[in-house]
Design a protein around this ligand. Structure first.
Ligand code: B1M
Length: 222
């Protein structure tokens, strides 16, 4: 991997957004993802390489550390912010078709549920993993998920729930999504969920954290 891509990966993992950012304190004054991605593009580095060998490596590292309880929610949020600073520069390349996404991930918090912090972390990890994310927001009905699946054939659907009273709404969503596309993969997550519950409602996978969701996508898309 080239030196600048390694630097981008490190800055993304550490949440170093730009030179002016005071976080993390030990990288104060150094270039961040913002400057480094711009420089890499100016130097002619392929946008796909910047994403896959720079930003995605950084997000993957921080995601694994989060799964292992070595870093915590604020670290993940800072890494995601840094990644977004880089993605802003890469967006024109993706929009023009010069660079490609790995696939589409439709995500939302299920009907009746307004909790979105965990769902947003999952979204950010997916974006960092190179997926185009369609975020339907919170309180999303089964019908809204179905519409999104129709609009994005071949997408993977992610459902989040934080309440014992709303996780039951996942079952209807899984049922309706499978009714219009039996091959559509549905991944579920959220604090009250278990693998047993996911199996019971017919979801294809359960993950307790964003990295697990990303790992699942890698297998689902393969
Ligand atoms: Co609410 N709330 N809340 N709340 N809230 C909980 C969940 C609760 C456990 C608090 C408690 O009583 N101890 C409790 C649920 C109890 C239960 O169901 N058994 C509860 C309740 C009861 C309520 C209300 C009903 C309170 C009321 O009004 N009486 C109400 C419900 C509103 C509604 O949704 N209709 C309510 C409201 C709210 C706020 C709006 C105030 C706020 C939400 C703000 C927001 O999200 N924008 C809120 C908050 C912040 C919490 C707590 C404190 C924190 C939740 C959180 O964000 N955690 C929570 C108590 C707690 O957890 N300590 C609580 C951090 C987040 C990173 O974790 O979302 O679990 P989490 O996501 C994790 C994983 O679960 C996983 O990845 C993330 C990172 O590891 N994950 C996925 C999540 N989704 C995934 C999807 C995947 C894969 C992984 O694949 C698709």
């Amino acid at each position: 991997m080239s030196e600048i891509l390694e630097q981008i990966a490190t800055c993304c993992e550490r949440g170093k957004m730009n030179a002016g950012s005071p976080y993390p304190p030990d990288m104060r004054g150094q270039d961040g993802v913002d400057e480094l991605v711009r420089k890499a593009l100016d130097d002619g580095v392929d946008p796909n390489d910047i994403l896959t060998q720079g930003l995605m490596v950084g997000m993957s590292n921080v995601g694994r550390k989060f799964s292992n309880n070595e870093v915590f929610v604020p670290d993940l949020l800072m890494a995601a912010k840094a990644m977004t600073a880089g993605m802003d520069h890469l967006k024109p390349a993706f929009d023009s078709g010069a660079a490609t996404h790995k696939g589409v991930f439709v995500v939302g918090t299920v009907r009746g549920d307004l909790h979105d912090i965990g769902k947003n972390l999952v979204r950010m990890m997916m974006e960092g993993g190179g997926y185009e994310v369609v975020d339907l927001g919170v309180d999303v009905s089964p019908e809204q998920f179905v519409e999104a699946v129709k609009e994005h054939p071949g997408c993977v659907v992610g459902l989040s729930a934080l309440l014992t009273t709303t996780m039951v709404n996942m079952e209807e969503t899984v049922k309706q999504v499978k009714a219009i596309d039996e091959k559509a993969k549905v991944l579920v997550g959220g604090a009250p969920l278990t693998q047993e519950f996911a199996d019971k409602i017919g979801a294809d996978a359960y993950s307790p954290d964003p990295q697990g969701a990303l790992d699942y996508l890698a297998t689902a898309e393969a």
